[in-house]
Design a protein around this ligand. Structure first.
Ligand SMILES: Nc1ncnc2c1ncn2[C@@H]1O[C@H](COP(=O)(O)OP(=O)(O)O)[C@@H](O)[C@H]1O
Ligand SMILES: [Mg+2]
Length: 294
């Protein structure tokens, strides 16, 4: 294989209560790259992340991590795969009764037989990486939201993961702090060669850290392309964009956060139908219809 693929989703379908929340997802992530997953609220970003980390199984399709299908894997094998990735979810999810030091040490104590002095060095390296070594003895309640996020990252790094998953890493942070988190993600990728998968709807952040970007729309993967591709689309003038497909214009509107465009037209159309025809379940009347690229 020419490129080392660490995550591979093939025709993945996930349903909740009979409704397809993800519908035929294909996505491959290469070792060492930063992949952004973006899309509107409810488009299925978090669900895709949870499928990839094995929180639940897809109804159809296959998900491979490090070349092995996690869908047919037993719990024991899955546990060993779990030690190879780290997760940073929105809250940082620290234990409030433990210091930052103890929070980072915990997964190392749980998953390895290392001596206390080796663990001590490991914990200090991780805290230093995120700039929190001098705050090692503080409790989560004593530090700011941005510091909690960084502490969560230090803990996610505890077992030297090959992949890091982030779900909305800058949610709830002020712009400066969220820019610092972006910088940290970039540093970690460069220093440690970590593969990162980042769910975000913050486009400044996405364009800062991405190698490639994947766009979800209503449970379908409508585009997986390089940052440069998206950047070019984003910068098109209104007239230049007029010649592009509805799908490209929809992505452009999302990237720019424009009030007007295909996303809005689709909502208005749905609203009009609702008003004229009465309420329908979501997804029945979506205009204009989008055809996935693959
Ligand atoms: N555990 C669940 N049970 C039922 N529906 C769910 C569950 N998790 C997510 N959903 C639904 O799946 C859709 C996608 O959710 P999610 O992946 O959280 O979207 P995003 O992260 O892009 O905002 C939403 O309509 C959401 O309500
Ligand atoms: Mg989400």
């Amino acid at each position: 294989m020419a490129e080392d693929i660490v995550i591979s989703c093939t025709d993945v379908v996930k349903r909740f209560d009979g409704r397809a929340v993800l519908d035929g997802i294909n996505l491959q992530v290469k070792r060492g790259e930063t992949m952004i997953i973006m899309g509107g609220s409810g488009s299925g970003k978090s669900t895709l992340l949870r499928l990839i980390i094995g929180s639940f199984a897809p109804e159809a399709g296959d998900i491979q991590l490090f070349g092995k299908s996690i869908c047919s894997m037993g719990e024991e094998a899955m546990d060993s795969v779990r030690t190879r990735f780290g997760i940073l979810f929105q809250s940082g999810a620290l234990f409030n009764s433990m210091t930052l030091y103890e929070n980072v040490a915990l997964p190392i104590r749980e998953h390895t037989d290392l001596d206390a002095n080796i663990i001590d060095i490991q914990v200090k390296i991780k805290l230093e990486l995120v700039g929190l070594l001098e705050h090692a003895d503080k409790y989560p309640a004593q530090i700011s939201g941005g510091m909690k996020k960084r502490a969560g990252l230090a803990r996610a790094l505890a077992l030297d993961p090959e992949i890091l998953f982030y779900d909305e890493p800058s949610a709830g942070l002020d712009p400066v702090t969220s820019a610092q988190i972006d910088q940290l993600i970039l540093d970690l990728t460069r220093k440690l060669g970590v593969t990162s998968v980042v769910v975000t709807h913050e486009m400044d952040s996405a364009f800062t850290i991405a190698d490639r970007m994947a766009m979800l729309d209503k449970g379908r993967m409508i585009k997986v392309e390089t940052r440069e591709w998206y950047d070019e689309l984003r910068k098109l003038s209104h007239d230049e964009a007029a010649g592009r497909s509805v799908q490209d214009r929809l992505i452009r509107q999302f990237l720019r956060g424009d009030a007007e465009g295909p996303i809005t037209d689709r909502k208005d159309h749905t609203l009009l139908e609702r008003t004229l025809l009465g309420d329908k379940p979501d997804g029945v009347s979506t205009m204009p219809s989008l055809t996935p690229t693959r």
